[in-house]
Design a protein around this ligand. Sequence first.
Ligand SMILES: [Zn+2]
Length: 241
Amino acid sequence: MRLSPHCYALTGFAYLPPWSVNAGFVCGEERTLIVDTGPTAQAAATILGYAETARPNNTLVAVNTELHLDHIAGNSVMRERGIDVYGHPSIARTDLDLAEDIAEYGAAIGDPERRGEAPLLFRGTLITNPDRLIDRDLLLDLQGVTVELLFVPGHTTANLAVWVAQDRVLYAGDTVVSDYRPNLASGSARDWRLWLASLDRLESLGAEILVPGHGRILRGREIEDEIARVRACLELALASA
Ligand SMILES: [Zn+2]
């Protein structure tokens, strides 16, 4: 869906139940930035199709907002097309990680006889890590609109957010999830403290529209409400760590 003059969101790519993951893209006059490449090769092809349709003559570039496979497993589809993918150096995923992901997906299927069908969702999906490594903020000029890639560690060591100040649109990745429980599984108390600082940073931007990594798109007052909810989850986890 179109969110603003330059920003689009694609929501609800199916992944491990109960999760479904979001992505999006930002169109300038000459370049389009794809924000996350989806959980599978098919999702990546969908994202790419929408991005190319919105601005057919633009050159494309992509960014991974973190290291979990639901945000990056479409990278190979982008790289096969010669599209550069920005991401943090700690995104160094392996074929074994993908195999574990597929097994986890299979285990979530209720009917044991159907669990062998899990690889169908991932058909054609290959692990490809980012080729443009960044470990700090970066400005990208898309011509007509400038986007900021913001390093916001906490959920993982690799988290980036994409801020489009001109449109007041923020792609937060999993630093902010709406309605879903924030996933604390890959971090420790030290990471959660970083995450709280990253939430402060994102909140201070004053976004009017926020695309979370998972869940519904947030507007206006909903943004501070959901950031407060995620913050409370982290503080609770820290109190019992
Ligand atoms: Zn995620």
